[in-house]
Design a protein around this ligand. Structure first.
Ligand SMILES: C[S@@+](CC[C@H](N)C(=O)[O-])C[C@H]1O[C@@H](n2cnc3c(N)ncnc32)[C@H](O)[C@@H]1O
Length: 239
């Protein structure tokens, strides 16, 4: 099936790129120093390699929880698209990989080709705080590991809610898979002489301590459930 982003939204995407406010936002995009390039590369290699079982785990969990298997899925802060790419293997969904980093989306584009998903997936360079998509246009929103980095997570969540269709769902949060998957991953990391894949990083700041219920209620979202378990902290929203 050919994926088309609503016409209005494409215009919005062009406006978004040209708008001085968004040029200012673009200045906050990760720079392309050698170190950044290397960390992008390393992240990508592990995400497609030894961390892949974690994305497969969440893809199965999202399918099971939301029961949404067709329509359009928006992966927010997709990075190289890892979770969406796993979900594509087990559903008929079409995908929009949205990220504020051009470098991350370059990886997503490469993986879309590698996985032969050109007819089902597109990338969108944008900020979650101003999603350039129509109201009520998306069936499923997914996002892993991005919310701790949002400057205004309440605004990001309300933007996600705005683009969700009636009957649509969202699964947003973070974690490192089930304890069994994390153990498997850490075993492989140890064999490769890597540090364990645990805990929060400096870059997360206080982003992982946020009170999700308070954030959701502050923007009037009442249809939600917070899943706090041994596989992370996730917000399920529905409309
Ligand atoms: C830790 S990475 C997670 C990537 C991927 N979802 C995963 O699970 O591996 C966080 C991602 O969120 C993106 N991001 C951060 N702030 C964002 C914003 N305001 N809007 C859109 N994406 C953002 C970053 O560029 C980065 O690709």
């Amino acid at each position: 099936m050919k994926l088309t982003i609503p016409k209005l939204s494409l215009c919005a995407a062009i406006v978004l790129t040209m708008n001085p406010l968004n040029l200012a936002l673009a200045e906050n995009l990760p720079s392309t120093t050698k170190t950044d390039k290397k960390s992008h590369e390393n992240y990508d290699i592990t995400a497609r390699g030894i961390h892949k079982p974690m994305y497969d785990y969440y893809a199965h969990k999202i399918k099971q929880t939301t029961q949404i298997t067709k329509g359009i899925c928006l992966d927010v802060g997709s990075g190289g698209g890892y979770m969406g790419l796993s979900l594509a293997q087990i559903t008929d969904l079409d995908f929009i990989f949205l990220d504020i980093s051009e470098k991350a989306l370059e990886k997503a584009k490469q993986h879309i080709i590698e996985d032969s998903l050109q007819a089902r997936a597109k990338t969108l360079l944008a900020d979650v705080h101003a999603i350039p998509l129509d109201d009520n246009s998306i069936d499923l929103v997914i996002s892993r590991g991005s919310i701790p980095f949002w400057k205004d997570p309440a605004k990001g969540l309300s933007e996600i809610y705005r683009v969700m269709k009636k009957g649509g769902k969202a699964y947003v949060g973070g974690g490192k898979g089930s304890p069994e998957i994390l153990e498997q991953i850490n075993k492989k990391r140890q064999e490769l002489g890597m540090k364990p894949f645990n805990g929060r990083t400096k870059q997360h700041g206080d982003g992982m301590k946020r009170d999700y219920a308070a954030l959701l209620e502050s923007v009037g979202i009442t249809q939600y459930k917070i899943h706090q378990g041994d596989d992370g902290r996730w917000i399920e929203m529905w409309k």
